[in-house]
Write a protein that binds this ligand. Structure first.
Ligand code: COA
Length: 564
């Protein structure tokens, strides 16, 4: 079928559905919802059999939905309506929620129902839930609805609140008044629900040191205690605040924009507050191994089982600043000294990595210099992985990856991907040539021609398609937890297999042979020459594109690469 995806942004869910439908052989167009006339023109040109809206915050005009079937993916169970479904679900502590695909009609979210799928509400931030359980349920529901539409026989179910399975309701926008934390009265559980329902957008508006900030994140702390509301510790850029019965970690803050002042964006909390406000507040580090046994916030954790080492990392938004790259590299070097023969790298859930930290770069006094430091720190990390010859390294992608984050994964010997992951193996949309030794690893995996196509087209690739291209080695189905169960089983099988020794020998020989043909340093140098130009050259688009990305400047038109 010819399916036109209409979305407010080409976001993770839209990309996921794009990838799922493409691999099923449908012809897919994408149009950003940037105005009724633009949409009318695109519909007339594309002549879709079906219009599907995976993430839409605006209404579709009547002349379109009355002539075409338009299906809207709504992140709520049957009968749920309104713009803040997930916020309400998380703040109310719902154990289960749903995604419903309904037909567009005059009244928002009130059309006939084509499919509805439940999902468990894991205790995490809204965006993380959205990219995991919500995306999985949405993909199932959307594919079912498309199938039902294609059959030509399915009669969608009118929204009828008298039915037992229609339990949702119309709810208002989840404004800051519902999010406000009362530090003198709210328990840790309540504080976490409020924080998580607002993460990553819009955050919870609050006061710290007499100034207003949006709080982002929300993680449990098992030991530290203090006066409710007080900042009692820092760790790797995050702050810890006491509650009446415990404490919570806040990795990021966003200053409230002052009238007429510059736009603000999320940054590591300690960068936003600065050393003067944080004077006297102790930095309380946690070791890699200790973090894995405690219920506290840490970006890095290490576990070992038999001869497999698991280095977990989790960076908000998958963005990796210079400091985060350096910390991960130090941890990786430490793991390399452990008596293990297989190392598994990756977060437990959510983004694997999205490359250099564009927000931290944007906030730097000299963004070009910070970009340079950041890409070099990424390169140091990638180089360490590429040069590990006495262990098999597996990159485990429970979630999505983009740009340098994909290339970070490709440095490993094996790339294992959760079936639902979406990869964006390209840099072009940020105006960058890219580094992370991608000119070595990407063609080595997919061939020169595919490498050129992937980086030029700049389209998302679903896990199955990535497997077909050789970009990833294994695709494992299921939830993030099921994915990790399989990863552990298979990594441990690898580790105890008699062939591992031969494989490591082969790896060492291949690395040495590759080094003779072209040293890793030469790949890095050639890539960095291009990146230097991107960072410092006149008329380079990178600084403008980064600024627009960080400040969430809305596109004026559907980007050309999506129109093909
Ligand atoms: N630096 C800083 N923040 C980043 C980031 C990066 N490299 N990549 C993603 N983010 C942030 C986004 O701003 C967004 O923040 P929000 O939650 O406050 O809105 C969040 O991560 C999720 O990203 P979003 O774009 O909403 O998710 P998505 O799944 O729809 O799209 C990407 C994911 C990776 C395709 C998109 O974020 C992207 O293009 N990122 C930039 C990748 C890049 O060019 N990296 C630098 C070159 S190595």
């Amino acid at each position: 079928m010819r399916i036109l995806l209409v979305a407010s942004a080409f976001n993770s869910l839209t990309q996921r559905i794009h990838a799922e439908l493409r691999i099923r052989g449908h012809r897919i167009g994408v149009e950003l919802a940037l105005g009724d006339d633009l949409l009318r023109a695109r519909v007339a040109r594309f002549e879709p059999d079906l219009i599907l809206a995976p993430m839409l915050t605006a209404a579709i005009p009547e002349d379109i939905w009355s002539r075409h079937t338009v299906l809207i993916v709504h992140p709520g169970p049957k009968g749920d309506r309104g713009p803040s479904s997930l916020d309400w679900a998380i703040s109310a502590g719902a154990a289960e929620w749903g995604v419903t695909v309904l037909q567009a009609v005059a009244e928002m979210d009130a059309g006939p129902i084509w499919a509805s799928e439940p999902f468990p509400v894991t205790a995490c931030g809204k965006s993380e839930l959205y990219r995991n359980e919500v995306a999985d349920a949405a993909a199932r529901a959307a594919l079912l609805a498309v199938e039902r539409f294609a059959s030509g026989e399915f009669v969608p179910e009118p929204l009828d609140y008298s039915r037992a399975d229609v339990r949702g309701q119309l709810r208002p926008y989840h404004a800051q008044e519902f999010r406000r934390i009362d530090w003198a009265a709210d328990t840790t559980a309540t504080v976490l629900r409020k924080l998580r329902s607002g993460d990553s957008q819009p955050g919870v508006l609050d006061e710290l040191f007499g100034r207003e900030f949006f709080l982002h994140g929300g993680h449990f702390e098992d030991r530290l205690r203090g006066n409710p509301g007080a900042v009692i510790a820092t760790r790797d850029g995050a702050i810890c605040r006491a509650t009446i019965d415990g404490a919570v970690w806040l990795p990021q803050l966003r200053a409230r924009r002052t009238p007429g002042g510059p736009a603000t964006f999320k940054l590591p909390a300690t960068d936003v507050l600065g050393p003067r406000l944080l004077a006297g507040i102790p930095e309380v580090p946690v070791g890699l191994v200790e973090a894995a046994t405690r219920d506290t916030w840490s970006q890095l954790r290490y576990r070992e089982h038999d001869e497999v080492g698991y280095l977990e990392f989790a960076f908000p938004s998958g963005a990796m600043s210079t400091a985060q790259c350096e910390r991960l590299l130090a941890a990786y070097r430490w793991v390399c000294e452990r008596p293990v023969n297989v190392v598994v790298l990756g977060p437990v859930r959510d983004f694997f990595s999205n490359g250099i930290h564009l927000n931290v770069i944007e906030a730097a006094a000299d963004p070009a210099t910070e970009s340079w430091r950041n890409i070099n720190a990424m390169d140091d990390l990638v180089e360490a992985i590429l040069s590990t010859t006495d262990k098999l390294v597996i990159a485990a992608l429970a979630g999505n990856a983009a740009a340098g984050g994909v290339m970070l994964a490709l440095a490993a010997d094996e790339v294992w991907c959760r079936e639902s992951a979406v990869l964006n193996p390209h840099y072009r949309l940020m105006g960058l040539y890219g580094s992370e030794y991608w000119t070595y690893t990407l063609p080595r995996r997919v061939g020169e021609e595919q490498a050129a196509r992937l980086t030029r087209e700049a389209l998302p690739v679903g896990a199955r398609a990535a497997e077909g291209l050789g970009l990833v080695d294994r695709v494992l189905p299921g939830s993030a937890a099921e994915f990790w169960t399989r990863v552990r089983q298979e990594a441990e099988t690898f580790s105890s297999a008699p062939e591992l020794e031969d494989r490591l020998l082969l790896k060492k020989q291949r690395r040495a042979a590759d080094e003779r043909v072209k040293p890793l340093a030469a790949y890095r140098e050639a890539e960095l020459i291009q990146m230097y130009r991107n960072f410092w050259g006149a008329d380079e688009p990178y600084h403008r594109l980064r600024r627009n990305f960080v400040h969430k400047v809305c596109a004026q038109a559907t980007p050309a690469h999506l129109l093909a």
